[in-house]
Write a protein that binds this ligand. Structure first.
Ligand SMILES: [Mn+2]
Length: 281
């Protein structure tokens, strides 16, 4: 099956003071993708408000989710959703869950398992996986955490309480096959969803993220893990999130932040394209 790309420049789910860089990041990736296969879901310009949820800028997040759902329902190809912040995964995974029980590869430095109550930042991108589990869209047993290494206490407790599985890159293929078999045994048709937050990569490999965490994956391990997962189970959808490049000027040349040496995002973009290839080929 061929892939369609859906670019969602949502920044309202990020807790970063420079969250709007995610808009530049989404735009830079979009320019690299094949035009005919690429769609864009606009995020509102305004920040939005919590609407009583305790979630920062929730009204905008809800609006983007509705727009994304509408766009995804019009596509026949396998959707690759390009963020924006990780919060875009809610609508994307909700959509994938309509075609089967989701086995979820969660490649991210963060588990995104906070609630509005436990979150230190109140930012939705740190709550999205928890919301999917609490809303019954994904079973905690079907989630494979890859590269997760920066946890809040409440998240670590939740992982323990649900016995959520953490896998290394070379365990991914076997772990996906095992969860797929368990789903079939229970009478469900399983599908694979692959979530990649770019901060799963080591900061030495990839620089353009807002919340880097040391001791991440190298690029070859990540793309191999994605390939192994896809060899084990058909991909129903994927997400690539949190590209936050250094400030980009109008003519596309990079401007250094904080007076540092001029920052070159060329390596980051080529890494992104290799991940996109692993998700879409
Ligand atoms: Mn993350």
């Amino acid at each position: 099956m061929t892939s369609s790309f859906v670019v969602v420049p949502q920044w309202q789910g990020s807790g970063s003071s420079r969250a709007m860089r995610l808009v530049d990041g989404a735009e830079s990736i979009r320019r690299q993708l094949p035009k005919a296969a690429t769609h864009r879901v606009d995020a509102p310009l305004e920040a939005g408000d919590a609407e009583g949820t305790g979630i920062l800028r929730y009204s905008s997040i809800r609006l983007v989710r509705e727009r994304l759902q509408r766009q995804l329902s019009e596509l026949d190809d396998t959707p690759i959703v390009i963020g924006g912040d990780c919060g875009v995964e809610y609508g994307a995974i909700e959509h994938a869950a309509r075609s089967g029980r989701v086995v979820l590869l969660w490649a991210d430095a963060h588990a995104d398992l906070n609630t509005a109550e436990s979150s230190p930042s109140r930012a939705f991108h740190g709550m999205v996986l928890r919301a999917l589990i609490d809303d019954g869209i994904v079973d905690a047993a079907d989630v494979l955490l890859l590269g997760v290494r920066d946890l809040d206490d409440a998240e670590a407790e939740f992982i323990d309480s649900r016995s959520m599985r953490r896998v290394s890159a070379d365990e991914v293929g076997a772990a996906v096959a095992e969860r797929a078999a368990a789903a079939r045994e229970a009478g469900h048709g399983p599908v694979l969803y692959a979530h990649v937050d770019l901060d799963v990569l080591d900061p030495a490999v990839f620089t353009g993220v807002s919340f880097p965490a040391p001791f991440g994956l190298d690029l070859a391990s990540l793309t191999q893990a994605v390939s192994d997962a896809r060899a084990a189970l058909a991909l129903a959808g994927a997400g690539l999130t949190e590209y936050a490049p250094a400030i980009v000027s109008d003519d596309d040349s990079e401007i250094a932040d904080d007076g540092d040496e001029p920052f070159d995002s060329g390596d980051d973009l080529s890494a992104i394209l290799r991940i996109v290839a692993a998700l879409s080929r």
